[in-house]
Design a binder for this molecule. Structure first.
Ligand code: AMP
Ligand code: ZN
Length: 473
């Protein structure tokens, strides 16, 4: 089946048809780097990383671009507070963001462009817009975009340009009288004291926010791309303005599919610094493995709001554990089992394949990860009821492979993070061997003492028909 994508442009699900067969060119608006990223920022990162993984699973070659906005008022403010260059702040938080992405198993993009390194391209596109009469230079050197000149303005956010005019009226009182029309937006602005700036034909200054994505998308992916994505707050004005800039300068469609994730809220309220319900990814990583955060983010379809609460995180943790336990059980049994598939086992593999089909149907339907995780769960239940000491090694391996293929698409690993050192593992295994010997010698008191000693150290033993299993409590 083909992949259906809900396109914000048409407000409907459409079949995905790539520009170049077998390839996907996608651009995801990234964070402004002035602080550690918050868990809201992590939502688009995880959602679109999974989209990318699914395309790859389907055999597409994905060129995935995601920018870092590294010049912005908030970055400059922070730099001035710390008495350092803006670059020191942005480089610091790009590095921190990359660490958080790794903890969440979000793969690095094919390219992570940075605004400050693409100024030449921005000046060039702004000049093209001026040449085509879409841009104009005010007396102080600010360059504005003539929004009304662009016939499709409002097509993404489904806003009527005349309604916008009313909504933007307050701009008149914020000192932007030099605009021809309140709807016009900034392409380039003059520097203020203490701000980084670049030379250009109009004034020493810096770019407006929207131009960077138009330029970087064109440079790394081409004039028309397959998918442009980001959080729903970006639909207007950011993405609307990107379309206006890109399509006016190239005369071609900018992006064929627009995908937007809904917001992440905290305890059913909007997450915001002022409400005090604001968490960085780092805060949450202190309490939960990145895998649990990743699992949690996928329990809800990306276009539905997602509520962040401790209860929901605990439930995500339990669910993820169940998958990992299934995989660990398989690893354990594989170590003991032998033999190749029986006829009945071949039939079981065919049955297990039905869950993969279910998973794909969910993902083909606008990347419905909530239903895809349900398919994984049903597969886990199926495996648990058929993987035992009687199963052949080949059956266990086939189950394992099937499970790993599906969890990998969701960016979930099956290995429990084991922070024990090698000598600690060797110690536990030696104790287990000692306990086995004690039991054989009918010294049950000693065997129990060993179990208790390990429990004290946070290691739980489980006796099974196939031998002793251990895990961290
Ligand atoms: P920003 O750094 O604010 O430009 O945001 C970077 C990305 O995170 C954008 O795609 C935003 O739409 C997205 N984003 C910001 N806050 C949230 C939130 N609470 N829930 C989901 N996405 C968000
Ligand atoms: Zn952008």
């Amino acid at each position: 089946m083909s992949i259906q994508i809900f396109n914000t442009l048409s407000r409907s699900k459409e079949e995905f048809k790539p520009i170049v067969p077998g390839e996907v060119r996608m651009y995801v608006c990234g964070p402004t780097v002035y602080n550690l990223i918050h868990i809201g920022n992590a939502r688009p990162m995880i959602v679109f990383d999974t989209v990318r993984r699914y395309f790859e699973y389907k055999g597409y070659k994905v060129n995935y671009v995601s920018n870092f906005t590294d010049v912005d008022d908030k970055i400059i403010k922070k730099a001035n507070e710390e008495g350092v260059d803006a670059e020191v702040i942005s480089e610091r938080y790009i590095e921190e963001c990359k660490k958080d992405m790794a903890s969440l198993n979000v793969r690095p993009a094919t390219t992570h462009p940075q605004a400050t390194k693409e100024i030449d391209g921005m000046i060039e596109m702004i000049q093209t817009l001026i040449d085509k009469n879409f841009g104009y230079v005010a007396d102080d050197g600010t360059v504005y975009y003539r929004t009304r000149m662009f016939p499709g303005y409002g097509k993404l956010s489904h806003k009527n340009i005349d309604d916008l005019r009313g909504g933007n009226r307050e701009l008149k009182v914020t000192g932007e009288e030099q605009k021809e029309d309140p709807l016009d937006f900034v392409l380039w602005k003059p520097k203020k004291e203490g701000e980084p700036y670049w030379n250009c034909p109009w004034c020493k200054g810096r770019p407006g926010w929207h131009i960077e994505c138009s330029v970087m998308s064109r440079k790394y992916l081409g004039e028309t791309i397959d998918i442009h994505a980001g959080g729903e707050d970006l639909v207007f004005p950011h993405h609307e303005n990107e379309i206006a800039q890109s399509e006016a300068s190239s005369g071609k469609p900018f992006a064929n599919y627009w995908m937007h994730n809904a917001f992440l809220n905290i305890d059913n309220r909007k997450m915001s610094k002022s409400l005090g319900n604001f968490f960085t990814v780092r805060d949450i990583l202190d309490q939960y493995d990145g895998q649990v955060i990743r699992y949690f983010m996928q329990t809800v379809h990306y276009r539905s709001p997602l509520n962040f609460s401790r209860d929901l995180m605990e439930s995500a943790k339990t669910s993820y554990e169940r998958i990992v336990n299934c995989a660990e059980n398989l690893t354990f049994l594989e170590g003991k089992a032998a033999g190749s598939l029986t006829e009945e086992e071949k039939a079981l593999i065919a049955q297990a394949d039905a869950y993969r089909v279910q998973f794909e149907e969910a993902m083909d339907d606008d990347f419905n990860t909530a239903n895809a995780l349900s398919a994984i769960f049903e597969l886990v239940t199926f495996i648990n009821s058929h993987a035992d000491g009687n199963a052949s090694r080949d059956l266990l391996l086939a189950f394992h492979k099937e499970l790993a293929a599906l969890t990998d698409i969701c960016g979930l690993t099956l290995e429990r993070k084991n922070d024990l050192a090698e000598d600690e593992v060797a110690y536990i295994e030696a104790k287990i061997a000692e306990r086995k010997a004690a039991k054989k010698a009918k010294d049950f008191a000693r065997a129990d003492a060993i179990r208790a000693e390990l429990k004290e150290k946070g290691i739980i033993l489980e006796d099974t028909r196939e031998g002793v299993k251990w895990k961290k409590a």
